[in-house]
Ligand binder design. Structure first.
Ligand code: MN
Length: 322
């Protein structure tokens, strides 16, 4: 922590970013440090490689997020902090550009390092943290920046998103302990809960019900798979990001040990998301397909025929379950 904090203190022009298809954890981490660094008088900006997902547009100030373009950086940058991933491929093409215009780059993350794939040169990784926001809380404490409403709301956003309202806390009281300190500064925590987990449109609920109607079970109902075609997503006026809740819902089924969502992005190209309960690890299988993530929530982009890939995955879990 100390080298990281010293590096932040000695840097003036700082860029913050997170992985593409960003989520509440990455966004909350960026925003919390953005407000803290502003308080320290730093020249700080948040840059993304893709557009802010719709669900966050409604309650976050989208003007704070700049979309990367090659001409964006006209002066050298002292430090780039990358949140909620340690895989440089998830922040391309920004990452390549940063290598030429930025003195230091540090990943701040809670995902395990990939066994295959690029390793981060400089990183602060704590895989026991239930959210990246939890790490950022400690960074801000070590920077001696007092918490205020903006920082507290951002950290809380991270924590409740990744723990799914304190459901997944990695056997640690830390998420709750931090929340105890944040909550007195937050006028309406319920609004954050609602923005993250409520606010579903009728179209979205119809879509989820259709998706859940398509579950197929294998291996004694322990493995549940849903395939969603891109047309189905478009027909409901939804974006690929809207499919995220589906896979979490599948895991709520009592007999299911592994929930798998195939989201067709184009012909023979799928985003596969895996969720598992404590008994099974799904990071390894994602890595086999060039992806990554956590031990119980992971994903990969994959090209090929659905049926072939599906059978390969079922075979993989058959061996694991034996
Ligand atoms: Mn996270």
């Amino acid at each position: 922590m100390k080298p990281l904090v010293d590096l932040i203190k000695s840097s003036n022009k700082i860029v913050l970013t997170t992985h593409k298809d960003c989520d509440g954890d990455g966004l909350g981490s960026e925003l919390a440090l953005f407000y803290a660094l502003k308080k320290m008088g730093k020249d700080v900006q948040i840059v993304h490689v893709d557009l802010l997902p719709k669900r966050y547009e409604n309650f976050l100030n989208k003007d704070l997020f700049q979309l990367f373009r090659p001409t964006l950086f006209d002066t050298p940058i002292d430090l780039c902090l990358i949140f909620d991933t340690n895989d440089e491929r998830l922040i391309e093409p920004l990452y390549s550009e940063i290598q030429t215009v930025c003195k230091n780059t540090v990943f701040i993350d809670h995902h395990p390092l990939l066994k295959s794939g690029p390793l981060p040169a400089k990183a602060f990784i704590d895989t026991t943290a239930a959210s990246t926001g939890e790490i950022v809380y400690h960074v801000i404490k070590n920077l001696d920046v007092p918490l205020d409403t903006s920082i507290a709301e951002s950290l809380y956003l991270s924590i409740v998103f990744d723990t799914q309202l304190f459901r997944y806390v990695r056997r640690s009281p830390m998420s709750h302990q931090i929340a105890i300190e944040l909550l007195p500064l937050i006028p309406s925590p319920e609004a954050i809960h609602r923005n993250l987990f409520g606010g579903q449109t009728p179209e979205k609920i119809s879509f989820i019900s259709k998706a859940l109607g398509k579950i197929t079970y294998s291996l004694d109902n322990k493995v549940a798979i849903v395939l969603l075609h891109s047309k189905e997503i478009q027909d409901f006026g939804l974006t690929p990001e809207d499919t995220r809740d589906v896979v979490d819902k599948i895991l709520d089924i009592d007999c299911v040990e592994v929930a798998i969502l195939f989201r067709e992005d184009s012909k023979d190209r799928y985003k596969i998301s895996f969720r598992s309960k404590s008994t099974l690890d799904v990071l390894e299988v994602s890595e086999l397909f060039g992806g990554g993530g956590h031990h119980h929530a992971s994903g990969a982009m994959i090209e090929g025929e659905f049926l072939k890939i599906r059978d390969q995955i079922i075979d993989y879990f058959k061996k694991k379950l034996e």
